[in-house]
Design a protein around this ligand. Structure first.
Ligand SMILES: [Zn+2]
Length: 321
């Protein structure tokens, strides 16, 4: 709690300094006052919101390119931007535990806050509760719940519906426009879901062997898959569990499809070690929390990331074999 208080002091001080000396950020275009200003925390909702809002609003992504999402905390400048925005969209208190506190502190009647997990039953972090001797600190940080709802194409539809509902509350004039865009995008998410269902009806293996922190809990639940990952919880400082690494190596030694997956934006040390031991091929399974500078420049979308993941899962799980 003391940490929060001192952070708050620093924030207030910085806000004061910014207002004294002005905040002329020449890298960012001046906001167009006629359009609603929307700030999103993670890449999926940034991409979803742009699909819905079209040219009626300006959408920005809080996470800088390439930054690891779980260790992210907002900067004073971020807080200024959120305070000046019309809409702030975050995933859930499990993903951005700082969001609720921050929003209550900057309380502004002009700011519409959208929690995208509304209507979604968050599941417990895999393995957290059956390892009594593990460090329980992350239960406080992450509420013991798995935050990765966006990787389930069905929950992604709920997220899109939540965004649409919130936008309409703020900008009733464009209700039909938002509803039409939203429905069109939901059709694409339904097609993605159907495509995954088809894929996993034809894969020989049902187990994802993953060297990173496992972000695909809702995804595997949706499609009836299993996974082995050496990490418990999502703390960026978490250490991999040695016996799970051994389990991965043993599994890969006898596996028909020798693929070890690794996560985006993080050095894949564990997957590399396992690959060196077993000769398994390393493939990236993109958790879509955030994207790199190169991906932003290439204009990559959530749907592209997910279809790319699908190709890699076909390879690692033996599609059509
Ligand atoms: Zn994650």
């Amino acid at each position: 709690m003391h940490k929060h208080k001192s952070i708050l002091k620093i924030i207030i001080l910085t806000l004061t300094l910014l207002s004294l000396f002005g905040c002329n950020n020449s890298n960012k275009p001046t906001p167009d006052k006629d359009k609603i200003q929307i700030i999103t925390t993670l890449f999926p909702q940034y991409d979803f919101t742009k699909e819905i809002v079209g040219d009626k609003g300006e959408v920005s992504l809080l996470l800088p390119p390439g930054v690891e999402a779980h260790s992210y905390e907002p900067t004073p400048r971020d807080i200024v931007s959120i305070r000046n925005a019309d809409v702030f969209i975050y995933t859930s208190k499990a993903m951005e535990p700082w969001a609720i506190k921050m929003v209550s502190e900057i309380s502004s009647e002009d700011l519409k806050v959208i929690d995208l997990s509304e209507g979604i039953q968050l599941i417990d972090i895999d393995g957290l509760h059956d390892h009594g001797d593990e460090d329980h600190d992350h239960e406080d940080d992450f509420d013991g719940k798995d935050p990765h709802i966006w990787l389930d194409p069905v929950y992604a539809q709920t997220m899109v519906e939540n965004i649409t509902k919130g936008l309409i509350e703020v900008d009733k004039n464009n209700e039909t426009f938002y509803t039409n865009n939203s429905e069109a995008y939901i059709e694409k998410l339904k097609a993605l879901d159907a495509s995954f269902t088809e894929t996993f009806s034809k894969t020989k293996s049902d187990t994802i062997l993953y060297g990173g922190h496992f972000a695909f809990g809702y995804f595997t639940e949706r499609y009836g898959l299993k996974h082995i990952s050496p990490y418990i919880g999502f703390s960026p400082n978490a250490e991999p569990t040695p016996n799970r690494i051994v389990e991965l190596i043993k599994t890969l030694e006898t596996a028909e499809f020798k693929v070890i997956y690794y996560e985006e934006l993080v050095d894949p040390k564990v997957a590399k070690t396992i690959s060196d031991q077993t000769g398994a091929k390393m493939l990236m399974l993109h958790g879509a929390h955030n994207i790199s500078k190169e991906e932003i420049e290439a204009g990559v979308s959530y749907l592209e990331i997910m279809y790319e993941n699908q190709e890699k899962l076909k390879e690692g799980l033996g599609y059509g074999k």
